[in-house]
Structure formats: structure tokens, C-alpha cells
Design a protein around this ligand. Structure first.
Ligand code: GLU
Length: 233
């Protein structure tokens, strides 16, 4: 289990994501990736090895965007390959980063294949992206779709989700893995570890198991496992 970061801002978040991932390098990892929303699409770079390798690709592809998520992976399901590196994307519409292990991934994979979802990786994580896509295209908003998808999962996770169909929004959820929100001025962040956010903000909200959060530049909505709107210190 390694690291996740995410940001919604009025400025390009790629440097922030890269710096956050670099600050998580001490935890060990085998690959890294980021996805940002730009020009009505999800743009993603991934690379095996160091964050610097991935950053080089992001630079050469001139990756920019005001909403994005990033990941350092410690492979548990599926080998160390670029296809298995996060973020995972479903049908070009939903991008997900995930720390942890989905125990019922085989059952969910079977269900999703019957719904015509095509898998590109061997990870347990990819089922999360497709499940959120499935509920989203049924007419649920991204927040509700994420809550419905996580209700189908057993195991441990901290996830962050973005979609170019909701360009100024990021959704995150936790169950059994650390996740926190960094509160900024006109920008908000998430990370699995407070050290990732040190240069961005000192104001943090620690999520608890079962929490789901929706973040825009100017607001944060938190729901607990009963779906009640809550405030956390
Ligand atoms: N289980 C996921 C995978 O193998 C996530 C591992 C992690 O927490 O980095 O891709």
C-alpha cells in the first residue's frame, strides 16, 4: 500500500501532484502515475520506477490541468507493469487511484465482464473504476456513483476519483486505509499521508472509515457511512 494525492484548484495542479508523490517516495513503491482533466478528456501518464521518470513524461507531454489525481503503487494484484500502474480509467470517463486491496475483485470482475466491461489490467483496482462508471452512466452523480460502487466492495481502500464530465470535482472515500483532506484557499487537496501536503496547506481533515467526500475549489462535503452529512475537525 503506497500513496495517493489529489487536487482541485484554479491553477495547474501537475507540479503539486508531482511534489506530493515525491514526498511519499520514502514509503517505497514500484510505479507512479497521474491523471488530469483537460479539454474535456482525462489525460494520464504512468511509468514504472521513480516519480522522476513519470514526471519526465508529464513534462514532455506538457500535461496540465486544474483537477487531478496521482499515485505511487506497491503492487499487490498484477505485476509491475505500466498497464497495471494507476490511475485506472474506465471507458475514457472515470479515473481512479487506489491504495489497498479489494478482496471481492474476482466476483466484481465477473459481474462487470457480463456487463461488457473490458479490462486492461490485472489489478483489483480496475473493478472500482468500472463500477463507478457503471453507476455513473445509470444517472447517478459522481458522488452517489462512488458511494454505490464502494458499497459493493469488500476489503481495504482509500480512493480518489475524477471525471472530465465533472471537471471541477474530485470524490474520495476510505475504508481501512488512511486518507485526509487538505483545506486550501480556493483549492483543496487529498492525500494518504500528511507529508504529501506539507507545501500545500497545514489545515487537514482526517477521514474515518466509511467516509466519502466531494471536493471542489471552494467547498468540501463529507458523508459518513450512513450517508449523513458530517463535519470533522
Ligand atoms: N491493490 C492495488 C494494486 O495492486 C493497489 C496497491 C497499492 O496500494 O499501491 O494495484
Amino acid at each position: 500500500m503506497c500513496g495517493i494525492v489529489g487536487a482541485v484548484a484554479h491553477q495547474n495542479v501537475v507540479p503539486l501532484l508531482v511534489e506530493g508523490l515525491s514526498r511519499l517516495e520514502y514509503r517505497g513503491y514500484d510505479s507512479a502515475g497521474i491523471a488530469v482533466l483537460n479539454d474535456d478528456a482525462i489525460r494520464r501518464v504512468r511509468a514504472i520506477g521513480r516519480v522522476a521518470e513519470m514526471q519526465g513524461r508529464a513534462d514532455s507531454e506538457k500535461l496540465t490541468g486544474t483537477t487531478g489525481i496521482g499515485h505511487t503503487r506497491w503492487a499487490t494484484h498484477g505485476g509491475v507493469t505500466e498497464f497495471n500502474a494507476h490511475p485506472h480509467v474506465s471507458n475514457g470517463d472515470i479515473a481512479v487511484v487506489h491504495n489497498g486491496i479489494i478482496e471481492n475483485h474476482e466476483e466484481q470482475r465477473l459481474r462487470l465482464k457480463q456487463l461488457d466491461y473490458v479490462f486492461e489490467s490485472q489489478t483489483d483496482t480496475e473493478v472500482i473504476a468500472h463500477l463507478i462508471h457503471y453507476y455513473f452512466q445509470q444517472g447517478n452523480d459522481l458522488f452517489a456513483a462512488t458511494r454505490l460502487a464502494t458499497a459493493d466492495l469488500t476489503g481495504a481502500f482509500a480512493i480518489a476519483v475524477v471525471s472530465h464530465l465533472k471537471p471541477d470535482l474530485m470524490v474520495c472515500a476510505r475504508m481501512g486505509c488512511p486518507l485526509l483532506i487538505g483545506v486550501g484557499e480556493g483549492e483543496n487537496f487529498i492525500a494518504s499521508d500528511v507529508s504529501a501536503l506539507l507545501s500545500a496547506t497545514r489545515r487537514v481533515i482526517y477521514l474515518e472509515d466509511g467516509d466519502t467526500a466531494s471536493l471542489t475549489c471552494d467547498g468540501i462535503t463529507l458523508l459518513n457511512s450512513n450517508g449523513e452529512t458530517i463535519e470533522r475537525p
